[in-house]
Design a protein around this ligand. Structure first.
Ligand SMILES: [Zn+2]
Length: 191
């Protein structure tokens, strides 16, 4: 059993509550909006892009979905506990816990824990990697979605204490980078 696999929603919940400033997520959303506006403004300056292509780029950009760090429900520890309702974990007994989790995960239905994760993530991608407190950002072509993980919402990437230019210079750079992936050699392909 990998502890991280089964408990990552619990870890993410703790991590966000302990380490991420409550204003961070709305700061990121604001940055996304202004970068989006700047991106579209910039299209008008590109002499090599004809009107038809520019319209296509604009409509695809407008359709991009963003997953920023964590879903709302994760801040409520009681809701997180429901994922593991009835699971017994004892301190210091790896084998016993391994068995308990395996039985729990399959007793009522297959992959019960993962299915319970889905209660928090119903509108986003269900790759486990993105249930993560890691530091990464990515673009998922099949969903036309940009993902910014919770680890990116802390210093040195973002802080309410930093001047705006510093936040834009660091996390803003990542947001712009992922946005451009929607139009690169792979991202532009339909799926
Ligand atoms: Zn990249």
């Amino acid at each position: 059993m990998e502890t991280e696999t089964y408990f990552r929603v619990a870890f993410l919940s703790t991590f966000v509550r302990e380490a991420i400033h409550p204003d961070s997520r709305s700061m990121v959303k604001e940055m996304i909006e202004s970068i989006h506006v700047a991106f579209k403004e910039n299209l008008k300056t590109l002499a090599w892009l004809d009107d038809e292509a520019a319209m296509w780029v604009e409509s695809k950009a407008d359709a991009i979905k963003y997953f920023v760090a964590y879903p709302d429900g994760i801040l409520n520890p009681e809701k997180v506990d429901e994922i593991y309702d009835g699971l017994e974990i004892v301190e210091g007994d790896y084998e016993e816990n391994d068995l308990s989790v395996t039985v729990y995960d399959h007793l009522e239905s297959d992959f019960r824990v993962f299915k319970n994760f889905g209660k928090f993530y119903s509108n986003t991608i269900l790759y486990l990697d993105f249930y993560s407190y890691g530091r990464n950002a990515s673009y998922t072509r099949t969903k036309n979605q940009i993902n910014i993980l919770a680890g990116n919402l802390q210093k040195n990437y973002l802080s309410p204490d930093f001047p705006r230019w510093a936040n834009y210079g660091r996390l803003g750079f990542n947001i712009g980078h992922e946005l451009v992936h929607a139009f690169d050699a792979t991202g532009k392909e339909p799926f």
